[in-house]
Design a protein around this ligand. Structure first.
Ligand SMILES: Cc1ncc(COP(=O)(O)O)c(C=O)c1O
Length: 384
């Protein structure tokens, strides 16, 4: 689409030019199989190892504990199934939150069918779990706690480092963190001995490519291979490794971390400005995202309006935003996150998510504010 302003960066991002360049170069020059023993294979493997080390360094772990995957969904599935299936000697109790991404929720539901005991941590109206709830629910036979860092629908940030401390003090459970929405926006790492045990990342949320991701561990875990074959990726995930994807992801990750502070300041400023504008509409608008949430996501709801109506009205004026999440936006039922926040019925149907990315400019935000004013006036004028 020409002349559109893209503000749906939590659904996916446009790859950065530098990332595309890295991908092209590897495809053109270093296309050999990294498992081959000839010189070209060795070169390709060197690139792969460097990419692995770069991402491992950012996460503060070792390269040998980091797998390249096809994205956040695979990383989440692999982490949860892997930890659950390898620790039945300790127990079968799993804790997660009620606002996880479907790639976590559907996986734990499958484990429930396999006889695991899954419990959910509730969130308050800001979308945040309670550490006391965690303390109460964690048990000696808890083997896995899976908590997302930043919620994809409304940006709530979970206290993952405090949670890690509690989990490690009170049980032998592993903490898996879905950092798909937080990596490159907030500091994400294993923090030496104190952090999570396992982290998922997705390439396409950080101006890398769709079909690329990372699953990283703090240390060696007992683990069953989940793709059998040639034994690549430390025997856990067989299949010829996509070196261009890995290099591109490492490049995107490095750029994201290098520019993180500046972008966070910019996003926060934009969020504050739009928040102030939306607050001016009184009861007509309810803002779901809190000022303590992630800076790049701002979700709000317009009273008694359907999300699609607002999205279409904004799209006609060149602004691309989404309903609360790309995964649930095509479904008609209210999202599980919106349900968990116990929103007033009047605000449940019209949740809109604005999400900023590296390509957005001050001019985009000025245009957004103008369009928001026009659209809300057009659709809600009578009650303003
Ligand atoms: C929080 C979260 N986890 C996991 C995923 C899935 O990632 P991917 O699209 O790379 O499979 C998403 C994607 O929207 C997400 O927002």
């Amino acid at each position: 689409m020409v002349n559109t302003i893209y503000l749906d960066n939590s659904a996916t991002t446009k790859p950065l030019k530098e990332v595309m360049q890295a991908f092209m170069t590897v495809n053109e020059q270093y296309y050999a199989n990294p498992a081959s023993i000839h010189a070209m294979g060795v070169e390709s493997n060197d690139l792969l190892m460097r990419a692995r080390e770069q991402v491992a360094d950012i996460l503060q772990t070792e390269a040998k504990y980091l797998l390249f995957t096809s994205g956040g969904t695979e990383s989440n599935n692999a982490a949860i199934f892997g930890i659950a299936h390898s620790n039945t000697h300790i127990g079968k109790h799993i804790l997660t939150t009620e606002i996880e991404h479907p790639s976590v929720l559907e996986t734990v539901k499958q484990l429930e069918k396999e006889g695991y005991d899954v419990e959910y941590l509730h969130v308050n109206q800001d979308g945040v779990i309670s550490l006391d709830d965690l303390r109460t629910k964690i048990r000696k036979d808890t083997i896995l706690v899976s908590i997302m860092h930043v919620n994809n629908e409304m940006g709530a940030v979970q206290p993952i480092y405090e949670a890690a401390k509690i989990i490690h003090e009170m049980s032998r459970a592993f903490l898996h963190v879905d950092a798909v929405q937080s990596f490159g926006k907030l500091a994400v790492s294993f923090k030496g001995e104190e952090g999570p045990d396992c982290i998922s990342i997705s390439g396409h949320k950080i101006h890398g490519f769709k079909g690329s991701g990372v699953l990283a561990f703090r240390k060696k875990l007992k683990w069953q291979p989940y793709a059998l074959g040639g034994g690549q990726e430390f025997g856990l995930r067989s299949g010829t490794v996509a070196v261009p994807q890995a290099v591109a992801l490492a490049k995107a990750a490095r750029l994201a971390v290098e520019t993180m502070k500046d972008r966070a300041t910019k996003y926060r400023q934009w969020q504050n400005e739009i928040r102030a504008q939306l607050e001016g509409y009184g009861e007509a608008v309810h803002i779901l995202s809190t000022p303590q949430g992630a800076a790049h996501i701002l979700s709000f709801s317009v009273r008694d309006l359907k999300g699609e109506v607002i999205i279409n009205a904004m799209q006609k004026r060149g602004i691309i935003v989404s309903t609360s999440s790309a995964c649930s936006s095509k479904q008609t039922k209210t999202s599980h996150v919106v349900e968990a926040l116990h929103l007033d019925e009047h605000y449940k149907k019209g949740v809109i998510r604005i999400s900023f990315g590296a390509h957005n400019t001050v001019e985009d935000i000025e245009q957004l504010k103008q369009v928001l004013a026009e659209v809300i006036m057009e659709l809600k004028g009578e009650i303003m």
